[in-house]
Design a protein around this ligand. Structure first.
Ligand code: MN
Length: 134
């Protein structure tokens, strides 16, 4: 077994190439082959969100604090809150993040496809789409 103690893994500032606003990532697990699971705690400051993206093998989000927004392409934006769990099927284009006025932290869990990786990044969510209720 391998244990990573609190403080042994640095918090990462999420890259501006894939996120809008200030987002912090704390890795939880990056399992070595043949395991494929990857999980991270991700904290979005108000107004911050992912780019649009897809997951080749899907993703589970579990909100641990605050309130955020989630949207699948072509569907209304929805509110997500601490305690909610969201399953995103493989290939579904979506984004997730904080609301414009509150922080949100979720645990993101996804498996790595040997060829496609675990995330396919797309374009930023523009401000009008982020703020739109539909
Ligand atoms: Mn996602």
């Amino acid at each position: 077994m391998k244990i990573l103690r609190n403080g042994e893994v640095d918090t990462i500032l999420a890259p501006a190439s894939y996120f809008t606003g200030t987002v912090f990532q704390n890795p939880i697990v990056t399992a070595p082959d043949p395991a494929r699971v990857n999980a991270a705690s991700v904290t979005f400051t108000p107004g911050a969100r992912t780019n649009w993206h897809t997951h080749p093998l899907g993703q589970t989000l579990h909100v641990v604090s605050g309130s955020g927004w989630f949207q699948t392409e072509g569907e209304p934006r929805i509110d997500i809150h601490a305690g909610d769990s969201i399953w995103i099927p493989p290939g579904e284009k979506h984004w997730h993040g904080a609301t414009d006025s509150m922080m949100m932290t979720h645990i993101a869990i996804h498996e790595r496809d040997p060829e496609a990786g675990h995330i396919t990044w797309l374009e930023p969510v523009d401000e009008a789409d982020y703020l739109a209720r539909r």
